[in-house]
Design a protein. Structure first.
Lengths: 101, 101
């Protein structure tokens, strides 16, 4: 489906370090609140999909936004995390929510 | 200042998760069918439905059951899309009220 859609070019590649924007606009936001402001690493590019924030406002969501799976260290996300250092949480985040870290 | 949405509760302390099963009453099956058909027919998007669930007042969000949230959101969405009017909805509610009285 995403192949035929006009899409924004991907800016990041696997291994890049990115910071999630810390903002709170109105409407339907797919980026969980708890991860905003945290730094993670691009695990993979998942494809490009219409922007859900625009779709929620009854618009096309085009051009499609690249969607990445981003890996965060649990210890970085939760200050009181008691599991092993190697534990990670992976979250799918659209490109417009990411900045180079 | 816009902050965490009420629905966006990842990482917040939570009580015990009660795992229960129940049979779906007919009206819940109907809500599910309406949502699926309207999405398949590209009349609405899941993103609009999510937005309208997330805009429920916090007390309603906590109190309503799963399909009560869906029917509330679906109604909003159909009105916003112009598929039904508030006039039609009001008349129909009166008619149903009379039928069950």
């Amino acid at each position: 489906m995403s192949a035929q859609l006009a899409a924004v070019a991907p800016r990041y590649k696997t291994g890049d370090r990115v910071r999630v924007r810390k903002t709170a606009p109105l409407g339907h936001i797919r980026t969980p609140y708890y991860i905003r402001g945290h730094v993670g690493e691009i695990e993979r590019l998942c494809g490009a999909f219409p922007n859900p924030e625009e779709l929620a406002q009854m618009r096309s969501g085009l051009p499609a936004q690249p969607l990445y799976r981003v890996r965060f260290r649990q210890k970085d996300v939760w200050s009181d995390y008691r599991g092993p250092d190697t534990d990670v949480v992976e979250i799918e985040i659209f490109q417009h929510w990411l900045e180079k870290a | 200042m816009l902050e965490r949405g009420h629905h966006d509760m990842g990482g917040l302390p939570a009580g015990k998760v009660e795992r229960t099963e129940h049979d779906y009453p007919q009206w819940e099956r109907r809500v599910d069918a309406m949502v699926q058909l309207l999405r398949m027919g590209k009349k609405i998007t899941v993103d609009e439905l999510r937005k309208n669930i997330e805009q429920l007042p916090p007390e309603a969000y906590d109190k309503l059951t799963y399909y009560q949230k869906w029917i509330s959101s679906l109604t909003q969405t159909l009105i916003q899309r112009g598929i039904i009017t508030t006039e039609e909805l009001g008349r129909k509610m009166e008619e149903v009220e009379r039928r069950v009285r």
